[in-house]
Design a protein around this ligand. Structure first.
Ligand code: NDP
Length: 281
């Protein structure tokens, strides 16, 4: 079998277009969705992500304000800013770009974001709501994975899904979302025994490990759908996923490329969550 490509670039463009229409409708009601992005310090990768998010907001008509704070900002100053943003009616979504400098406790800062404005979906309250199936914001990368599956017309009911990776930002939430769509879910991690055997059971395989091309074609069931979340830079201009694309594509029915798969979906889902937050007003 040679897999069909699950084209994240194309699907993300569709989502952004839908968001643009929703923004227009909100503006007719006198609401301009607003996203505040907070960046502490001058990490070059974070700066690139923040610029990308700001540009994406502008393209769909979302008001976006980037707060660039110096690396020596104290935790108290950062918490004060979050408090201000929580109470700012022009701001519907707040995103604190991670990682934060070591001196600042990430958990305390994330926890300070109002649940109504937690468009990244990382606050403990939001995660709790996700688990109990209550109204919440889906964390953007897992949400992107789910939209890719939906757009490919894949019915998850009764399917065996295997998630490799158990991080709080990808592995665990995507597993919960697959479960809520009636898949039977296995979560694998660095202590899993016989990972290859676990992966070969998967009708849906989600790789979120951070190890270049670790999942190879022999670990994939014939006809499986493979979503590769991994982004690994192996040379200055070469990105690869956690899945060995060429061998996996021989077995899978659908596969996401890297780049151009899950990556573009993440920002698109952030825009969608911001509009959702504004429309709840
Ligand atoms: P983390 O490093 O937080 O988590 C990695 C997970 O992989 C851990 O649960 C770890 O297990 C597991 N793992 C590590 N080695 C193995 C192994 N040999 N076998 C099985 N499991 C293993 O990573 P993230 O979840 O943050 O990110 C994963 C990947 O996704 C990265 O490449 C990252 O760049 C990418 N990413 C992409 C995004 C996008 O927009 N496309 C957004 C976010 C992340 P254990 O818990 O036991 O240590």
């Amino acid at each position: 079998m040679s897999a069909q490509i699950l084209d994240g670039k194309k699907i993300a463009a569709e989502v952004r277009n839908e968001v643009k229409q929703e923004v227009l409708k909100l503006k007719e009601r006198g609401i301009t969705p607003g996203l505040a992005v907070v960046l502490v310090g001058d990490d070059p990768a974070s700066e690139v992500y923040v610029r990308g998010k700001h540009r994406a907001c502008e393209e769909v008509g979302i008001y976006s304000l980037v707060h660039r704070l110096p690396a020596e900002t104290s935790q108290e100053e950062l918490l004060n800013l979050i408090d201000k943003l929580n109470n700012d009616p022009k701001i519907h979504g707040i995103l604190v770009q991670l990682p934060l400098p070591d001196r600042i406790d990430e958990k305390t800062v994330i926890d300070a974001i109002s649940i109504e404005k937690d468009v990244d979906g990382f606050t403990p309250a939001n995660v709790g709501n996700l688990i109990i199936g209550d109204k919440c914001f889906y964390p953007c990368t897992p949400y992107g994975c789910m939209v890719l599956l939906e757009k490919a017309g894949i019915d998850l009911t009764g399917k065996k899904a295997v998630v490799v990776g158990r991080s709080n930002i990808v592995g665990k939430p995507v597993a919960m979302m697959l479960l809520s769509h009636n898949a039977t879910v296995t979560i694998c991690h660095s202590r899993t025994k016989n990972l290859a055997e676990e992966c070969r059971q998967a009708d849906i395989l989600i790789a979120a490990v951070g190890k270049p091309e670790m999942i190879t074609g022999d670990m994939i069931k014939e006809g499986a759908v493979v979503i590769d979340v991994g982004i690994n830079r192996i040379a200055p201009k070469k990105l690869v996923g956690d899945v060995h694309f060429e061998s996996a594509a021989q077995k899978a029915s659908w596969i996401t490329p890297v780049p151009g798969g899950v990556g573009p979906m993440t920002i698109a889902m952030l825009l969608k969550n911001t509009v959702e937050a504004a429309s709840r007003k």
